[in-house]
Design a protein around this ligand. Structure first.
Ligand code: NAP
Ligand code: ZN
Length: 347
């Protein structure tokens, strides 16, 4: 086993603290890379707090992981020591089901193996995430990272990036479409960048009036303060797509009213409580309510390559790992500009 250290929550809802643990030895098809940076996703906070389901503790969060390869197994073909490498929200899947065969490992019919708060395929070894020094991942779930981009700012692409890229590609959002991005946080700011890069007319729907200038700098064409009734009324019936990145309870019916006929409201945000949807919000205007989860490995690589080509990275605030609780507190208040990234040199 490989001894390493990380930051872990020992039980649900407590502060994260330094913790020593072990990674598996590098197997024939594994890549080990030392972690340099790890993004802080709102999903980390949901899971540390047991918001969604009872988690596996101690929990080392973190699924926006980038670093440098230090060891590869004998059968590894595509990575060598010294390469940059990344891992997102999953580290394994069955690889044989219909969805895995279609490069949709995130929807593996047997369930994908989460990077943390999950069990390896053996059903008994817990996985630990990227708030740590080193990680061992099977080659198929390791991504190539371009050295053209700022590495710390690439980390959030592994979750916030792919989670917004994938639905925009799936629904072919682009020229001629009016896209609304609901919530300007980690996912939201990447959605704005991709929406603009794909040629859509992008509006940010936000509860935070002070984010307007940032939204415009990110490339958004319009900004609507959702707490302002007059601004909301003016936006009624105007969007082809809403990409909903909100992490907390919110009234989806209200936002469905902002869609055009045949418009699609895509949920990527994952609030803990179920939403109440009125059938009338959907049937008037033949609207669709949809969802999307991260993205497959091939599409994640496509997204990373697209970002390298178009010079797209996340807007980040680098933090010391000791300040993780403050980062979580600010995240709950919507005060993230626009992704915290942990510098693992501070661990
Ligand atoms: P984040 O950085 O905290 O951003 C969420 C944003 O939502 C906030 O900045 C805020 O934007 C808005 N918001 C927060 N509370 C709100 C409320 N009560 N009403 C309306 N708007 C509110 O979070 P994130 O890391 O982007 O993650 C967002 C959500 O996506 C989380 O639930 C996370 O678990 C989920 N997620 C899902 C996937 C997936 O595969 N589908 C992947 C990653 C994350 P404004 O200030 O602009 O209003
Ligand atoms: Zn995430």
């Amino acid at each position: 086993m490989i001894a390493t250290k990380g930051f872990a929550a020992q039980t649900p809802g407590v502060d994260l603290e330094a913790w020593g643990f072990e990674r598996r030895e590098v197997g024939p098809s594994d890549v080990q890379f030392d972690i340099l940076f790890c993004g802080v996703c709102h999903s980390d906070l949901h899971q540390v707090n047991n918001d969604w389901f009872p988690g596996i503790f101690p929990m080392v969060p973190g699924h926006e992981i980038v670093g440098r390869v230090v060891k590869v197994g004998n059968n590894v073909k595509n990575f060598k020591v010294g390469d940059l490498a990344g891992t997102g929200c999953m580290v394994d899947s069955c690889q044989t089901c219909e969805n895995c065969k279609k490069d949709l490992e995130q929807y593996c019919l047997e369930g994908n193996t989460g990077t943390y708060n999950s069990m390896e395929r053996d059903g008994s070894s817990p996985t630990y995430g990227g708030y740590s020094k080193t990680i061992v991942v099977r080659e198929e779930f390791v991504l190539h990272i371009s050295d053209k981009l700022d590495l710390a700012a690439v980390a959030p692409l592994l979750c916030a990036g792919i989670t917004t890229y994938s639905p925009l590609r799936h629904w072919k959002v682009g020229k001629g479409h009016k896209l609304a991005v609901l919530g300007l946080g980690g996912l939201g700011h990447m959605a704005v960048k991709f929406g603009v890069a794909f040629g859509a007319e992008v509006t940010v729907l936000s509860t935070s009036p002070d984010k307007e200038e940032d939204a415009k700098k990110l490339g958004a064409h319009h900004f609507v303060v959702t707490k302002d009734a007059a601004q909301l009324k003016a936006a009624r019936g105007s969007f082809d797509f809403i990409l909903d990145t909100v992490s907390a309870e919110h009234d989806i019916n209200m936002y469905l009213g902002l869609l055009k006929t045949d418009g699609v409201h895509i949920c990527v945000g994952a609030p803990p409580k179920p939403a109440a949807i009125s059938a009338f919000s959907l049937l008037g205007g033949r609207k669709s309510l949809a969802g999307s989860g991260i993205g497959g490995i091939a599409e994640t690589q496509e997204m990373l390559d697209f970002c390298a080509e178009h010079n797209i990275v996340s807007e980040i605030e680098m933090i010391d790992i000791k300040d993780i609780q403050t980062a979580y507190e600010r995240m709950v208040k919507g005060d993230v500009r626009y992704r915290f990234v942990i510098d693992l040199a501070t661990l």
